[in-house]
Ligand binder design. Structure first.
Ligand code: PMM
Length: 301
């Protein structure tokens, strides 16, 4: 997948002919940009359905905030938050991803109808995660988060952030493959904002081609993140609050789609749904009739 127009396909998920839109439903009281808004099952399911109506292709359901300083929720509480929402959305025919670092939550979510496991620790948080995902034959998002083992969002020190993130992701991919997850079910994610400063996030976005060279579809999750606040504020200004970063998020969605990302993960779907469609139309104008996935993997099952 070194060609930037080839975004790949993930076995076990539907095939989209453009960059997919992953809408976020955080069933948490404390996530950095939407904490507390969908903190009950009914509100969370309703919000997921709204995001699909606005153009989301899949919905990522999470029950634990990873904001700096957040304390971990216990397993019972995470299950209580996540499982009914996964079940509710999956029963509506929606493709659901579960955002969790716990194997038990992943396992129960897959049984409740989730199609994809999104683990921000890349399988490091829970040694049972990779075996559970492998046994279920589920697709798995491997995200880069160097600080995880050092206790969370410690500031990252990088000489060459793109090269180091690529190398560290390669090592995680090898571990996940060794654990029995099929190569065509692995998605990689640079982990924007996770132990990274604004300059690191921007460098990664500028060089998505080097992450594509890892040979797996790429998920880009820039939505409302700190680096966008920094860009919008300029060197001296105060960053706008998270919920005023949606236009900037949509700009990143267009850039990521144009660079060949498989999917973008966003809180506000409508503008990003438009952005990825415009990116697709421009691609089509460049090479009429050629879908980006035409020459990769076997497609949805
Ligand atoms: N970021 C957050 C949560 N989950 N999952 C992936 N794969 N990549 C990310 O960058 C990521 C994530 C941060 O919290 P949010 O849910 O409020 O965006």
């Amino acid at each position: 997948m070194s060609n930037k127009s080839v975004r790949g396909r993930v076995a076990g998920l539907p095939a989209w002919d453009r960059c997919a839109v992953m809408g976020v439903v955080n069933v948490t009281p404390d996530s950095f940009s939407d904490g507390g808004r969908w903190f009950d099952t009914t509100a969370a399911c309703k919000h997921g359905l709204e995001l699909v109506a606005e153009g989301a292709d899949l919905i990522d359901v999470g029950g634990e905030s990873t904001r700096p300083g957040a304390t971990r929720v216990d397993e019972a509480e995470e299950l209580r938050r996540v499982i009914p929402v996964v079940r509710g959305l999956a029963s509506e025919g929606i493709t659901v991803s579960v955002d969790t670092m716990r194997a038990s939550v992943a396992e129960r979510a897959l049984a409740a109808g989730a199609a994809l496991v999104n683990d921000v620790s890349g399988g490091l948080a829970d040694p049972a995660m990779i075996p559970v995902v492998a046994a279920a034959g589920a697709p798995f998002v491997v995200m880069h988060w160097r600080g995880f083992l050092q206790g969370g969002n410690v500031p990252g020190q990088y000489e060459d952030v793109v090269g180091e993130v690529a190398d560290e992701l390669r090592a995680r991919i090898e571990a996940v493959l060794e654990g029995g997850v099929a190569p065509d079910r692995i998605v990689v994610d640079p982990g924007l904002g996770f132990s990274k400063e604004a300059e690191h996030d921007l460098a990664l976005l500028a060089h998505l081609d080097r992450l594509h060279a890892l040979g797996h579809p790429l998920l880009v999750a820039a939505s409302r993140k700190r680096f966008l606040g920094r860009v919008l504020a300029g060197p001296e200004g105060a960053p706008p609050p998270a919920r005023e970063r949606d236009a900037a998020t949509a700009a990143v969605s267009a850039l990521a789609a144009h660079a060949g990302a498989w999917a973008v993960r966003v809180h506000e779907v409508r503008a990003t749904a438009d952005a990825v469609r415009v990116a697709r139309a421009v691609e089509e104008a460049r090479a009429p009739g050629r879908t980006p996935d035409a020459d990769s993997a076997e497609g949805a099952r």
